[in-house]
Structure formats: C-alpha cells, structure tokens
Ligand binder design. Structure first.
Ligand code: UDP
Length: 358
C-alpha cells in the first residue's frame, strides 16, 4: 500500500519510477487471489475502514468498495460472544440489559482489581471491560497473538478496539468501510498502471545497483535488515495461514471472521472469505486458520512488537538512517515499525509523497 501510493504519486508528478517486490506478485499483504469465484486474502483478512474522507476518496479512484461491515465474533470454548465489546457482549456475559447495569458490572470488577492508572494491556483491558471479559475474550487471544503475557504488552494495542454501551457490533468506529468488489489486488494494480514493476526482485540481491541508480528510494521492508541488523534485531510477529478449499460446503461458519479467544485452540482466528461479500452466491467455500508466532530471520514479518525496548532500537535505526542513508525514505509498517492500519498507511504515504514532491 505504502510503496504503491508513493510510486503512483511520483509517477503523476513526472518522475521515472521502478517498483520492485521480492514476491511473485504485487500488493504486499493486501494481496487477494480469486479461488473459485471467491477473493481469498492470502496474507490475512483486510477490511478497509477510515474516517479520513480524503483517503476514502483517493482509494475510490482505484476500486469500488462493497458494503461489508466488520462484525466478527469471539468463540470462547464454544460460547459465541459479540465483538467489539458492546451491549450484546455484556448481555451474553452477565445477563445485563441496560447500559447502566453493564457499567455497574464493569465498575465493580475494575474496583475489585484495584487498578487506578493502567500501565499495561492487562490493566487497560480490565479497566475498560472488567475481569470476566478480559479472562474470556482478551487474555487467551492476545497472548496467542503476541506470544507475551498481557502484563508485558503496551496498553495501546487493546485501545484499538471500541467499547460501546449500545447494541452496535460494528467493529470499527469508521465512517467509511468496505472490501473491494474485485478484491484488494486490483487497488494496487490500478495504482501501478503505467509504472514499471519487477516482481521476484530482491533489493538485497542487487542493492548497489539500486542505490547507485535511484535518486530516491522508498524502502518498505524492515529497517533493521536494511542496515544488516548492525544495531540489533527488532522483534516482529509472523503468521502462518492454513487455507482449505471446501468444495462440498457452502457455509462453514456463518461469518467472515471468528476469533478463538481461549488459550488452548492453537490458531487465533478462522476466516471464511466468501462472507466478506454479503449476498455472494457461489458454491463451495474457502477458509483460512491463522496462527501467530515469533518472527525468525527468513519468516515474513507482519506485526511490529511496539514495546519500549523495540521502539528505542527503532529510534536508533532512524538516527543511523539519517546519517548513512539520506536518500532512503523508510515507510510503512516495517519501515516505520508501526502497527498501521491500511488507511493510516495510505494517509502517511500521501503525506510523505507530497512532502517529497512539492
Ligand atoms: N483482541 C482481543 N480479542 C479479540 C480481538 C482482539 O483480545 O477477540 C485484542 C488483541 O490483543 C489484538 C488487539 O485486540 O492484538 C487488536 O485487535 P485487531 O482486531 O485490531 O487486530 P488485527 O486485525 O490488526 O490483527
């Protein structure tokens, strides 16, 4: 997303641009492929959502979005709970009906925990939704997802999720939301129309050539790898996807995203791709189970682990970049080591390109 937007903006301003990607295909992790009429998210589920009108209009220049609204559910040992945390969740958990009863329950559990100023994800979660929801819907999922105790994770990760005292299970507080009718890859291929693209081309295999020939490089890979890990290795989470094409099943789980929030189920979530397209009538279905683990060299890095130690190391790399690579712009989730959503990555790429070209 970041690289393609930058390339598009540079091309629009008359620059000569080359996009390289070490994978066989464009579109990075938003790549989708069509399997039996279903757009399958190869690298994990994506739903575009934003409050930024400019970004929404920009994205709509390249694709048409459907009306999909993210409403995942949590499966805790076979009990289904509504996400994000809203009155439907509170009703199922405690039998409460009014917002006042729900607040009272959460306040009671927060007081019992003795937390005043939340200092980590666990304390933040208990303060927001109480002990019961923390235990059943957050702890297991988060510890599988991040591979660390909730006490050692930053609070901001859980603040991504809304807590609502209304019966509204729209996962995102976003004015604009959807999934491209033709799959996500189309967005990127349209952005890169008329731009030279080389896939299966690894920057590190020929870095001298690229560094000598490009006036400016926008690098959307890992900043630590760029510098040969000379200051140390940043931590990431990697994902493994297990995809099954179930030709004899039309509706496997009745929803696009089911999170498994217990600690025993080894995967974090199960995706049924066809449900990102409400009303889609194709027979058969494709599902993907998602497993999270610690990144090791050679794995795909998906999530930065933004704790204090890693953030400080990232800052050290940024200083090194200023000194040693003034012609390189580090951007995107990996280049900036930030847990960006697509819309924020898009806004940032537009910002970087306008700073660069005006
Ligand atoms: N989370 C959770 N239970 C859930 C869903 C999410 O505890 O059922 C927490 C978890 O820590 C996760 C964070 O909320 O890392 C952010 O979730 P989000 O759905 O935004 O993650 P993404 O889709 O980016 O992986």
């Amino acid at each position: 997303m970041t690289g393609a937007i930058f390339a598009h903006e540079a091309h629009e301003r008359g620059k000569s641009v080359l996009v390289i990607d070490k994978r066989k295909h464009i579109a990075g992790n938003i790549f989708t492929e069509n399997i039996n009429g279903i757009h399958v998210h190869t690298y994990g589920p994506h739903v575009f959502h934003t409050n930024n009108k400019e970004v929404w209009e920009f994205m709509n220049e390249f694709t048409e979005f459907n009306r999909y609204t993210s409403t995942p559910v949590a499966n805790y040992n076979g009990e289904i709970y509504s996400l994000p945390f809203n009155m439907l969740t509170f009703n199922k958990m405690w039998g409460v009906i009014t917002p006042e009863e729900a607040r009272a329950k959460i306040d009671e559990q927060r007081r019992a925990s003795g937390i005043v100023e939340p200092r980590n994800l666990e304390e933040q979660a208990i303060s927001l939704v109480g002990q019961d929801i923390y235990e059943r819907l957050i702890k297991g999922y988060t510890e599988k997802q991040w591979g660390r105790p909730c006490k050692e994770l930053p609070a901001f990760i859980i603040k991504r999720l809304p807590v609502r005292f209304i019966y509204d299970n729209n996962y995102f507080n976003a004015l604009y939301q959807g999934v491209p009718f033709n799959g996500f890859t189309e967005i990127i291929s349209n952005m890169l129309k008329n731009i030279e693209v080389k896939t299966e081309c690894d920057f590190f295999a020929d870095r001298k050539f690229f560094e000598d020939n490009a006036g400016k490089i926008i690098f959307t890979g890992q900043i630590d790898e760029f510098f040969g890990y000379e200051l140390g290795t940043l931590e990431y989470r990697t994902l493994k996807f297990e995809t099954e094409n179930l030709s004899g099943v039309d509706n496997f789980q009745g929803i696009a995203v089911m999170n498994y929030t217990d600690s025993k189920t080894p995967f974090t979530r199960c995706i049924e791709h066809k449900h990102f397209y409400p009303g889609l009538e194709v027979s058969g279905t494709v599902i993907t189970r998602e497993y999270s683990s610690e990144w090791r060299a050679g794995d795909e890095p998906y999530y930065p682990v933004n704790n204090e130690k890693n953030n400080a190391l990232y800052d050290a790399y940024k200083n090194l970049a200023r000194e040693k690579a003034p012609n390189v712009i580090f951007a995107g989730r990996l280049g900036e080591y930030k847990y960006y959503d697509m819309d924020v990555a898009a806004a940032r790429a537009l910002e970087i390109s306008s700073a660069e070209f005006y």
